[in-house]
Design a protein around this ligand. Structure first.
Ligand SMILES: C[S@@+](CC[C@H](N)C(=O)[O-])C[C@H]1O[C@@H](n2cnc3c(N)ncnc32)[C@H](O)[C@@H]1O
Length: 196
């Protein structure tokens, strides 16, 4: 008799994440983005929006090395042990106006933020659009000229509007669906290269 999988969501990505001590399988989505677009470099200053439970934090910190650093924000508290070059704030993204003052600037902003899903594809896409817009707004003022942007968004009616807006702020814009993103998920990653 065929053995039933205890957790129907467990797959090779989640097993590898566990094996490699990452708290979430989503690390492989950023790894695929990185392999394709080389968005994070050694020495970079990374802002990670929606960083809980912390797998992007760990992966990005490895890429920047000790000459760079990663700052994460999430409304949920990150509980894992973090390397020295990672700092995390437990905060809702909508309460971060003037959070970094005038001086802090990042080389890249990555956002894997996702709304609490409601079961309504329409509502979830609208909320994801709002979070993605908030992330894009934060690139104004917080991202270096020439810097990069990686942002998850659920595809919905407003997707094209968001994608166009990324094109206004970045020299190049790309759409990417990682292999590790579940086929059933409407999530997609928008990559902005070279902040104007
Ligand atoms: C898919 S998870 C991120 C996974 C993360 N990239 C990792 O690899 O560990 C999405 C996160 O977005 C966060 N989030 C959603 N809305 C937020 C908001 N308004 N402010 C801050 N974080 C938010 C959620 O709390 C959740 O932890």
């Amino acid at each position: 008799m065929k053995r039933q999988n205890k957790n129907r969501w467990e797959d090779s990505y989640s097993r590898n994440a566990k094996k490699n001590s990452y708290p979430a399988r989503s690390v492989y989505k950023l790894e695929e983005v990185q392999k394709k677009f080389k968005v994070i470099k050694k020495g970079d200053r990374v802002l990670d929006l929606g960083c809980y439970p912390g797998s992007w934090l760990l992966y990005a910190a490895k890429l920047t090395g000790k000459s760079g650093y990663v700052v994460g924000i999430d409304k949920q508290k990150v509980k894992i042990d973090l390397p020295e070059n990672v700092k995390v704030y437990c905060e809702d993204i909508y309460n971060t106006l003037n959070f970094f003052g005038d001086k802090e600037r990042f080389s890249i902003i990555i956002s894997d933020m996702a709304p609490d899903t409601t079961g309504s594809k329409f509502t979830d896409a609208v909320r994801s659009f709002e979070l993605s817009n908030k992330a894009l707004d934060m690139t104004d003022g917080l991202l270096d000229r020439g810097g990069n942007f990686v942002c998850k968004i659920f595809q919905g009616e407003d997707f094209e509007e968001f994608y166009k807006k990324v094109g206004l702020s970045f020299k190049q814009k790309k759409i990417f669906k990682p292999q590790s993103s579940r086929k059933s998920s409407r999530e997609i990653y928008v990559v902005g290269l070279g902040k104007k």
